[in-house]
Design a protein around this ligand. Structure first.
Ligand SMILES: [Zn+2]
Length: 299
């Protein structure tokens, strides 16, 4: 029973991510589903398992600094997929969905996932180092959520995204990040008092913020390099039907990587492959055929 319910948890975490990856759907959205489904399985554990069995699974997944240095290295990752209560999971999902999905629009799916894992690992590693030898478990995706804020703040601080702060409206990313940090520090202070050593451990999730912030320029450089052709190199001639207007927009507005990507994707959405009439996609800033990349590669 215990192993079955453990396997169910693994499926709940992995299935949304595999589904999104294969369907080219939002990986940030899939991550929120993973965290939510994983937490629902945790509730099922509490119903069906006795205290001893439950504890075994917790030790397997939670981040316990004393055990990490003893070989439980996988918990640096697994602890980011378990939560302690509904508010805990909802708080993290809120950031990952509302700030993470717009960040994925900027970064693309694979770079977003890399940045997410960097934030998660940064939070876990900082936690382990600052609480070295501690047997108090840590869990939750806060490090990754901090990482999303850090990466976004570094790359596009003036972007505005919908977020419920007093009012549900668009707020600048820098404002949301500041508010979130303030709130985290306030929470830590409420729980421990600022003079306690454990307070340092509590804010260790800033490690996720710092690492994701610091590595974002590298990820961003990768995008710019892939789409690194001059605006003048985009020809007026193109092999597609019915997208003259979009090509014109691309040629006039595609100077920056984000607008270039957006107009290329519009073209890929509306046009068909001139060889096989199949669907098109944008890869490395070029419009390509989904089924056979040698069919078309433009510009
Ligand atoms: Zn084709």
């Amino acid at each position: 029973m215990q192993e079955l319910l453990f396997a169910l948890w693994i499926v709940a975490i992995i299935a949304p991510l595999v589904w999104a990856w294969s369907q080219k759907a939002s990986i940030a959205l899939a991550m929120t589903l993973s965290l939510l489904f994983g937490f629902i399985v945790q509730i099922i554990w509490r119903i069906f398992l006795d205290f001893g069995e439950l504890n075994e699974l917790r030790i397997r997944l939670f981040l316990v600094p004393a055990l990490v240095t003893d070989g439980h290295i996988h918990t640096l990752v697994t602890s980011g997929f378990v939560h302690s209560n509904p508010l805990h999971v909802l708080g993290n999902i809120l950031i990952i969905a509302l700030v993470g999905i717009p960040l994925e629009d900027r970064l693309g799916r694979s770079r977003w996932l890399i940045s997410y894992m960097i934030g998660l690992l940064g939070g876990s590693i900082a936690w382990t180092i600052l609480n070295l030898g501690s047997i108090t478990p840590a869990l939750g995706a806060s490090g990754a959520a901090f990482g999303i804020l850090g990466a976004y703040l570094c790359g596009w601080p003036n972007d505005e995204v919908f977020f419920p702060l007093i009012l549900i409206r668009k707020w600048p990313v820098q404002f949301i990040a500041l508010f979130y940090f303030g709130f985290e520090i306030y929470k830590a202070w409420q729980v421990y008092g600022l003079n306690e050593i454990s307070n340092i451990g509590h804010i260790a999730h800033f490690g996720g913020f710092i690492l994701a912030y610091g590595t974002l320029p590298l990820l961003k450089k990768g995008i710019e390099w892939e789409g690194d052709y001059e605006l003048e190199e985009i020809p007026q001639e193109h092999p597609f039907d019915g997208v003259d207007d979009l090509v014109e927009r691309l040629r006039s507005e595609g100077e920056f990587i984000e607008t270039r990507q957006a107009w290329l994707e519009e073209i890929a959405d509306r046009a068909k492959c001139p060889i096989c009439s199949g669907a098109l996609q944008v890869k490395k800033m070029k419009v390509r055929c989904v089924s056979e990349s040698s069919h078309v590669r433009w510009p």
